[in-house]
Design a protein around this ligand. Structure first.
Ligand SMILES: COC(=O)c1ccnc(N)c1
Length: 250
């Protein structure tokens, strides 16, 4: 997978050179390229923003640098499949594990990191109709505001890259975690490791019992309990299979 990121703070994406994602890049599983939007400015001050039409506080990112950047980084219409353009914004569609899987199936993603009050709306309109990108998604991590899209890109790239074959050592661990489809929308159960007793707190005895059926039932019950307590919204959408304990006869 190729991933391009356009930002006025390239150093913000440095963490993508570390650990799991860094190894994926070294292994050639992820071709990550970070670009400075100011490379597509032409004035002495390398200006990327201006005051908003209609008034109001803050500044808006100018369309010209973005237009030139996207033209430079995407194939001309008819020149082959372009990237899926992803624009992190509080006004976007909610990012979730299902979207992570959707994006992980793409051969090429291009992230546009907005700053200030956002990017001139014509940039996304122009890209969507340009024939240079496969589609455009404005994506939100949740109902809160950041100063820029870079932090969101770090989160989305990690959530997506870890799903690529070969990136996570034990693919099995991808199956068991919260929000994975296999968990029917339940949150993950509590996890424990040695020592069996720590500061007077014992690991739940069922986990030491060796009874795999009882462990599976305990984990399912704990996942349900947690989900009901922390995410009642997910309970409303629960897949009935999540409640079916017949499949726990391991
Ligand atoms: C500038 O971008 C944001 O503030 C942002 C991006 C994605 N998700 C959010 N919740 C905020």
């Amino acid at each position: 997978m190729r991933v391009d990121v356009v930002t006025i703070f390239p150093d913000y994406l440095a963490p993508l050179g570390l650990s799991l994602i860094g190894r994926a890049r070294e292994a050639g599983l992820l071709d990550l390229r970070v670009h400075d939007l100011r490379d597509w400015t032409h004035d002495r001050h390398r200006t990327v923003d201006d005051t908003p039409y209609g008034g109001g506080a803050g500044m808006v990112m100018r369309p010209e640098p973005w237009g030139e950047a996207l033209d430079a980084l995407t194939p001309a219409p008819g020149g082959g499949a372009g990237p899926r353009l992803v624009v992190p914004t509080p006004a976007g569609r909610r990012f979730d594990q299902a979207m992570a899987h959707e994006l992980a199936a793409e051969p090429w993603l291009l992230f546009a990191c907005g700053r200030y009050e956002g990017i001139d709306a014509r940039v996304v309109e122009e890209a969507a109709g340009s024939g240079r990108v496969s589609r455009v998604d404005e994506v939100s991590l949740g109902d809160y505001v950041l100063n820029g899209g870079e932090v969101a890109v770090l989160a989305v790239v990690e959530a997506v890259a870890r799903l690529l074959p070969g990136v996570v050592g034990n693919a099995e661990s991808l199956v068991e975690e919260s929000h994975a489809a296999s968990r029917h929308g339940l949150l993950e159960h509590p996890v424990y490791t040695k020592p069996a007793a720590w500061r007077g707190r014992e690991v739940p005895p069922v986990l030491l019992s060796g009874d795999h059926g009882a462990v599976a039932r305990w984990r399912r019950d704990e996942a349900l309990r947690r989900t009901a307590a922390r995410r009642p919204d997910l309970v409303a959408r629960l897949d009935p299979a999540a409640l079916d304990r017949r499949d726990l006869a391991v």
